[in-house]
Design a protein around this ligand. Structure first.
Ligand SMILES: NC(=O)c1ccc[n+]([C@@H]2O[C@H](COP(=O)([O-])OP(=O)(O)OC[C@H]3O[C@@H](n4cnc5c(N)ncnc54)[C@H](O)[C@@H]3O)[C@@H](O)[C@H]2O)c1
Length: 439
């Protein structure tokens, strides 16, 4: 895809039409000539990245590179994508080689959380657009850095909060803004799963299929252990960010979107690692609250090891107002009045299975279609990084409140913690030398 001044001015005129189609629930997919195809590389393809790579190919991008430090994941995803597009993608270990390719338009990142911001920065510096899986950083500072970097480099950075591209969610949130439930003042988010113990790991030889040095990347070096790669890194602070950033991002984002709030003024958290006695460092049970200066509150309830549903849903959000309630999830919404009578619903059958850790489904296709349109300049991204950062910051603040066992007071213009040196000590992280996240 080439960008010229002529093309840019055409694109700006076309953007309003594309947006209104999205609002009506139709994904705008105008015909594009081959030179308009968006050339992508996907980084981290063991699980979510495999889902994304196949979705990008299905939705019409050219997936040129499949990048992973696990040789087995590369081979499997190259084969899956080759079934969906005429050109076989190139499998590589180091995603930076893909960034060297001038024909590459976008990097898609589904590596572990400690890689999200550093890889995005490298991609932006190389002039590429980025589809970034949540969370938008391993820590609060990284979100701030990414917002700055996106402004500086002017590329599209879409966060992987796919419910932002749900026509039902877009519709009901517009209705909430129009007074559907009176004045909304409270929003509740939840996620429940029945995850197993990760046990006690032991030092082990690095498997032959893994480049562990590049897997660690920006994180300070630690010897290889046998219960971290893959997926379990989610529950170690060194690489992961816990359930609140893992699944809370999606549901807290819906709450913040529905209430129309940005940065909080007060954050609390209770919970712990209750269910198993093992290496898992984050909470498996957490209740966090976020108060906003306008008088609204969001709560998050995360249960990683006891999957009993809430509102018959393993994941979701409910928005409460002066005249009623909206319960919404990836499948749609139901509206209730104050007497608990159902007064409206809009459901499209999308899976809401909280146990599906790959996030599969049509919302991912829609979210990617929106990203590709935004890269072409034909739509506004539904989950731009500056908005995503505001949601992510709530999740990081929830963790910081939990880890410092206190109430956080925040500047509601920036989200920064005030008068609490200990809590601000968790704002960023230590990096492997040479990998500090800065613009
Ligand atoms: N939006 C969603 O619905 C959704 C769903 C699942 C996961 N995710 C996000 O996707 C990310 C990946 O999650 P997962 O469950 O697939 O984890 P995973 O551990 O199963 O897979 C991560 C992959 O990244 C690879 N990797 C690590 N370092 C790399 C590097 N330098 N270059 C290339 N590849 C590298 C690993 O080898 C592995 O194959 C997480 O950040 C998670 O939050 C989002």
């Amino acid at each position: 895809m080439s960008e010229t001044i002529d093309r840019r001015s055409f694109v700006v005129q076309g953007s309003t039409a594309a947006l209104s189609l999205t609002a009506l629930g139709k994904v705008s997919r105008p015909h594009h000539s081959p030179q308009d195809e968006v050339v992508t590389a996907v980084m981290g393809v063991n699980s979510r990245g495999n889902e994304l790579a196949t979705s990008f190919a299905r939705v019409g991008a050219h997936v040129k590179y499949i990048c992973d430090v696990d040789a087995r994941a590369v081979d499997a995803t190259v084969a899956d994508v080759a079934n969906l597009q005429t050109r076989r993608p190139q499998g590589i270990t180091d995603f930076r080689r893909a960034l060297d390719d001038p024909s590459l338009d976008a990097l898609v990142i589904a590596a572990p959380d400690h890689w999200h911001a550093p890889a995005t920065l490298l991609a932006l510096e190389a002039g590429k657009h980025v589809y970034l899986e949540k969370p938008c950083g391993h820590n609060a500072r990284e979100g701030e850095v990414l917002v700055e970097a996106q402004r500086r480099y002017g590329r599209v950075v879409q966060l992987g909060t796919q419910q932002r591209s749900s026509p039902e969610s877009q519709h009901v949130i517009q209705e909430i803004r129009g007074g559907l439930i009176g004045q909304p003042y409270f929003a509740r988010s939840w996620y429940a799963n029945t995850r197993d113990t990760i046990g006690r790991g032991a030092p082990a030889a690095v498997p032959a299929w893994l480049d562990y040095e590049l897997w660690q990347g920006p994180a300070p070096r630690t010897p290889y252990r046998d219960n971290v790669v893959h997926y379990n890194w989610h529950w170690f602070w060194h690489w992961g960010t816990g359930e609140i950033n893992n699944n809370g991002t999606h549901e807290i984002d819906v709450c913040r979107w529905a209430l129309g709030v940005d940065f909080p003024s007060k954050v609390t958290s209770a919970g712990g690692r209750y269910h198993f006695d093992d290496d898992w460092e984050c909470t498996d049970t957490q209740v966090a609250s976020f108060e906003f200066a306008n008088g609204a509150t969001i709560t998050w309830e995360g249960r990683s090891c006891n999957g009993r549903p809430t509102e018959n849903r393993g994941r979701g959000a409910s928005i409460h107002g002066t005249t009623g309630t909206v319960v919404l999830d990836r499948s749609g919404y139901v509206v209730y009045d104050l007497e608990n009578n159902e007064i409206a619903r809009g459901v499209q059958g999308e899976s809401t299975d909280a146990l599906d850790t790959r996030g599969g489904g049509s919302l991912t296709d829609r979210h990617i279609a929106n990203f590709l349109d935004a890269v072409r300049g034909e739509a506004t991204p539904t989950a731009p990084i500056d908005d995503g950062h505001r949601t992510q910051l709530l999740c990081h603040l929830g963790n910081i409140a939990q880890r410092t066992n206190g109430v956080l007071h925040c500047d509601s213009q920036t989200g920064r913690i005030v008068d609490n040196v200990e809590a601000m000590g968790l704002w960023s992280r230590e990096y492997e030398p040479g990998w500090e996240a800065k613009v």
